[in-house]
Write a protein that binds this ligand. Sequence first.
Ligand SMILES: *Cc1c(COP(=O)(O)O)cnc(C)c1O
Length: 377
Amino acid sequence: MGNIESLPVRSDLVGREPYGAPHLDVPVQLNVNENAYPIPDIVVEAMRAAVDTHLAGLNRYPDREFTTLREHLVDYLGGVNDRAGTAVDLSPEMIWAANGSNEVLSHIAQAFGGPGRTALGFTPSYSMHPLITTGTGAEWVHADRDDDYGLTAEAVAAEVARVDPDIVFLCTPNNPTGTSLGLDVIEAAYENCSGIVIVDEAYAEFSRPALPSAMTLLEGRPRLVVSRTMSKAFACAGLRLGYAIAAPELIDTLRLVRLPYHLSDVTQVLACTALEHADLLLGNVDRLIDSRNAISTRLAELGFTVHPSDSNFVLFGGIARPAELWQKLLDRGILIRDIGIPHHARVNAGTEAETTAFLSAIGDIVADDPATLLSNH
Ligand SMILES: *Cc1c(COP(=O)(O)O)cnc(C)c1O
């Protein structure tokens, strides 16, 4: 950053670092958990045709309440829904949408956080949760996950009761660990505070079918909100569309903090078209799960510690020097993520070719230098 002190910037922002995964133009990019497969041609054509019919009308503001998009999201969630196939009764008033689930989370934090308030999260988790919280002037408090990055209902209940937060962030499957939470953990958080409980389900579509969505808990829980995104399984990270599901009163409150017309007409029409082709866009989820499982199996064979993942990435440990491994992979045209957990790194499940390239490169690196692996981990 430049000389920020020379500007009359908010004192609580001085010294902070912006969010930023390194963006490097290399052949194999496995660092930001996108869907590795491009949008299928049929969907590209449908998007082109749909946008075309809206272009002349761009002199007008878009639908502020994104009515058609809400209906499309209800159809999607009521139909394909989560991998557990649990049907949830939803209506358009229970749906919010914004430019990525990061904006959804920021709307929730603006409405329910702010100065003098507190948000609690269980780390390691998504680094944007504290940034979004403190951006509203609220205080961020974190508690540690257990050694295998899981969380029990008892631990969450005790921590939530102790902190009494205005907002609780739960992330399942969790980024960067890949671990999932049982519904009992979410219920425990809800029952032990009077604040908003956010369940960030950015990777829900990659979960084991036996793990139902927190959407199944919405009935009778007006302070619970589930956030999701089209950036990961849905293969639309560049579109910027995230959404939330909650009781109508909670959703309605978010209208107080959003900017007018926050969702452009182009975004709305592209998101609707994407949702109409959900089956095609989600068509590679099973292949990505296969890639993820292949990565887990092979990394364990090589001697790394592999954390079980319900997402489209794998967190692995037992790395002597993560920065060095990161660089050696980069030298071979492969970008993974050093997420700052000692002796760990995170890798995204790629296409079959990308996954093969990563596994053969890391195999060669370990063969060349067995000290890549931490001894006695
Ligand atoms: C990637 C990710 C998001 C999605 O962000 P978008 O703004 O929707 O692209 C949200 N939460 C978590 C935990 C993530 O990893």
